[in-house]
Design a binder for this molecule. Sequence first.
Ligand code: PLP
Length: 500
Amino acid sequence: MIDENTLGAGALSRDGVSAEQALDEVRRLRADDRPTHGGRLFAYVYDPAVPGLDALTAAAHSESAHVNGLDPTAFPSLLAMENALVGAAGRVLGGGPGTTAPDVVGSVTSGGTESLILAVKAARDAHPEIGAPRIVVPSTAHAAFAKAAHYLRVALDVVPVSPDTLRPEPAAMAAAIGPDTVLVACSAPSYAHGVVDPVAEIAAVAAEAGVRCHVDACFGGWTLPYLRRLGAPVPAFDFEVPGVTSISVDLHKYAYAPKGVSVLLHRDAAGRAPQYFAYADWPGYTMINPVIASTRSGGPIAAAYATLRHLGDAGYLRLAATTRDAVTGLAEAVRAVDGLRLMVEPESTVVCFTATKGGPDLFVLVDELTARGWHTQPQLSYADLPASVHLTVTASVAPRVAEFGPDLVAAVAAARATGPVRLPAELASLVGTLTPEALTPEVVAGLAAGLGLGGDTAGPLPDRMAVVNTLLDASPPAMRERLLVEFVGLLQRPSWGSAG
Ligand SMILES: Cc1ncc(COP(=O)(O)O)c(C=O)c1O
């Protein structure tokens, strides 16, 4: 029961605070975040550095924030904007009037993960006769496919990629297709390395087997057609390819819309039909949802609409050119450093590098780059792929490229001087002996404290993450998963104190 003494906790103030104070608190909390603008954060954010775009999208978002996508007949504005976004995405990805995919349809979802879950759901529910459905993906396919498989009780058949090309062999994808396969998927491009899978070959083997083929273009799919128009040798990957049945593309990535908007396209309405969920067997309103969410804010959709209208085709072409130049410059900077090598020559908007034999410890290097104001993304070793450093490059990086090279050189020198991380003996032996099942909350709390994670006084995360990354890297995937779930669980605790 709430009584006088317990009123006000966490975000709930006792009597309410002024609008100025509420906003000030948000701004103060934001001060510890990584910089979303300025071209020094190479993951999580997509910044075109277009003056005035933030103000435009904030205004558009607020215009539609309270509109509910639950019922398109009540809010035709949202339906119109969704249809316009789907039309744009369909057009960019090779569909629409006058193409070989004139009947493309789609839905706006909250993000890439939701789009992929729905692509898998549509494929699964198109085959109610298959009791134990399966999907085939390359090992570089986004983790959201594993999440979809987990949520939807669909088995995941993972095909390894070549350590040289970072792509799966179409023949291996074909061999993985069985009678219970409902979907074959590939990436254009993959997140980790930014490479485009052999979509035409994979779609052909899927079509041959009578199985749907989804192209995950969530990450860089919006940019690839523009890079091609600029002369890059981008292979066919969209609806132009026979056998491609659905494509996802995130507008909150390279279409530079604020977070919360992706588009899932199907070649035709029949392909989309099993994506819907309709329910009339209760006394409330009849529910008909094309996507997972029921109530949906119009804010992100309106913001995405305003972004596309404002930037236009010419804007995206210009931004792709700027991004391409930034990618070229960053790749040059990496090539120039002894001890580093590109995992693969960049073919989209990713620069991914690893250390050569005798090179610096990558996790220490990432910390050294952070100390110099560059926020890169470490990727753990996996199967026969080494640990690497991932840079998602956006247009905002271009003016920073000249500063990156010297800082990379200095960071590598500092990482070499520090030497590789040596796990404390007790941690190293723990990793060797522990199984995921044996990880009790007490063991995790002890581990976290030893690593400087989740402490109440020093802030939730240490400045340097190399030891944590080394520990994770030394652990098999199942153990990584358990450790991360437990660590993040330690971070996600309610705050009971109230500012008043
Ligand atoms: C290729 C690819 N697919 C799917 C996703 C998932 O997107 P989201 O984080 O919007 O759910 C990502 C995210 O980075 C991605 O790179």
